[in-house]
Design a binder for this molecule. Sequence first.
Ligand code: BGC
Length: 743
Amino acid sequence: MRKALCVLSALLATASLASAQTPVYLDETKPIDERVEDALSRMTVEEKIKLIHAQSKFSSSGVPRLGIPELWTTDGPHGIRPEVFWDEWDQAGWTNDSCVAFPALTCLAATWNEEMAHLYGKSIGEEALYRGKDVLLGPGVNIYRTPLNGRNFEYMGEDPYLAGEMVVPYVIGVQENGVAVCVKHFALNNHEVNRHNTNVVVDDRTLYEIYLPAFKAAVQKGHAWSVMGSYNLYKEQHASHNEYLLNDILKGEWGFDGAVISDWGATHDTYQAVKNGLDLEFGTGTDGLHSASRNSYDNYHLGLPYLDMIKDGTVGTEELDDKVRRVLKLIFRTAMNSGRGFGSFCSDEHYAAARRIGGEGVVLLKNEGDALPVDFDKPGSKILVVGENAVKMMTVGGGSSSLKVQREISPLEGIRERAGEGVEVMYARGYVGDVSGEYNGVTSGQDLSETRSGEELLAEAVSMARDADCVIFIGGLNKSVNQDCEDSDRKGLGLPYDQDKVISALAEVTDRLVYVNISGNAVAMPWIDDVEAVLQAWYIGSEAGHVIADVLSGDVNPSGKLPFTFPAVLEDCPAHSLGEYTGVHVRDTVDIEYKEGIYVGYRWADMQKKSKPLFAFGHGLSYTSFSYGKPVIDVKKISPDGKATVSVDVTNTGQVEGKETVQLYISDKSSSLPRPVKELKGFRKISLKPGETATVSFEIDRESLSFFDPERHEWIAEPGKFEAIVASASDDIRGKVAFELAE
Ligand code: BGC
């Protein structure tokens, strides 16, 4: 007993000695704010300054003296970017940094399935963690305003509610790994041409109703640990140091407790960077450096120039401490999170996740006479695949989201792998698009050079098509400049490289032509009546070919729905018919007014009498069919703070199992301010066997009925009449039920 007591007291003594020696900031059992205050109190001003700007292309220094580690960031958002040199964009030449490419975020949004968003976040977070990264530079949730925006493929579509619902599980999934997201690009970065000198002019209502909600959801519901300020200006201040966006809205109204990181090279002014909410500066100057070749990172705006301002009294240290607190918190949540495990890289699970997400994101836009699925098991049948995108690698290119992948299955490979014995899969190129395959020193390794003329390629494809049972044209855009690519926009809505001509010629010689569109954007389809089926297949990443073959063959029943409108012509897009868009480079700051206001995407299409979209927001077919019952509501008159539930029965009336996304739109019948015809306020994806019925329910609350009143600067729900609209697409309404919000 005596001995036991001695051991116990010795243990206690050691424990109290240990706790006396462990500084609070290192004690993970202590509340994070307490640890932050402790670390802050131990730092010199010079150390604080060092903490808030980059030390290399993708890292910032910690506080070596205190054992606070560096912070490592990485692009984002579709896979983990390969390693580059310390301060050059060129490849560092590692041989262990080839990742899994997950489907582009447009494809994720098209799944309309939060479970897929969580799986995506969890998986990419694990890849980031394995690679020793603390901050994933993504996801992107800028609203799809124009189909010309070269970066739409990195975002989640045109609707703030859809993007908001999908971004939250992505954020949670990543951060469960102890890796921070950096939600980008905050805010109003809706096209690429002049991205550094566009000053967006937008009214408050449009800002709050359309362009901010997805960011707000990521911050308030997802608890995002960092946000990236965008390149453009708003109210004549660059967004990465913008008083209104960062201080007033993000940190003020939304209570964001994380760090604001500048986009790379988005910081322009030291004083504004100090005062207007920027916490961590990255990528400033040419190639990440100023003209000086030594100590260039020290010369970042939040480096020595800031220190000088403190020393000469131009600014105090209040802002500095706030920035340091936020960056320390980010480091504690990530790099200094001892419980965060090790992650995993290129695992079978990650490939399986990429394939599953891709399979749920592919959208069947048209299927006449059941042209799809294709029977890949019919001996003696001949399938012709045409198009450069059937073979071109799509993970290289497109800007900062470009990847170096361990593998990428091309559509042609996927189809060949899937085709059964005795099925002949032929290939004709049909046209030459872009033969390059390089980004930032990563090469696709493909030789796509071609000596034959366009006429010869066309003639070959047409003659092979005469002999085929089915022709699958795989085309669309690619990741080259002026296609789906950062820092450039598209020149028009049409398909490039004369693809329209090839498609029309093929349509003349076959009655089974399937068009597979690879893109992150809507494209014009002037030949739409001449093709039997159309699939929207995005940029799917490593498993592209498998996913496309899964859907073409019917192994996977398509269940994606469009996260944005496909206008028939560019003029049907409000940013072009009503709003402003330059499209040509200008030197000076250029105002771009979002004159279309809240009428973006289907909110605009719904008001048009004379035009119809080529394919509407929310549209997507299946190899089965679904019938909807009559929607019912449990409360006809909702009390001011009450709720109601709308329910509808949905039945699979076809022959195969399938998934349907049931959409709930709300229509405000009388309001003091004009409102869209209807707005998405709920969706649910269900899986049904043939003949099976499920009841789908949606809750309606004040938030679903509110609009932003710019005069009062708040969201209000006005009493009066409303309608709950249950739909299979924004242009395919299956039932309505009226209700009221009481005084
Ligand atoms: C892009 C960001 C990216 C950063 C770092 C910038 O050009 O706009 O999205 O995360 O570069 O590569």
